[in-house]
Design a protein around this ligand. Structure first.
Ligand SMILES: [Zn+2]
Length: 63
């Protein structure tokens, strides 16, 4: 995969895969890991972009 200058790399805390984060990602942004499909939250941007597992949001998808 070519390096896209508009993304930055971070590591999935769940499976250690490289995850591409948009350069303009904001703290608290939720991204999905391509490898394990975990939902990851951008915990901090400086000095290094850090990802954590996003809290599970229980959404009502209808019953
Ligand atoms: Zn992962």
């Amino acid at each position: 995969m070519p390096t896209d200058p508009t993304t930055q790399a971070a590591t999935c805390p769940e499976c250690d895969a490289d995850v591409s984060i948009p350069e303009d990602a904001m703290q608290g942004e939720i991204v999905a890991c391509d490898d394990c499909a975990a939902e990851l939250e951008v915990l901090q941007l400086e000095p290094a972009l850090t990802l954590g597992l996003a809290p599970e949001i229980q959404e009502d998808w209808g019953e």
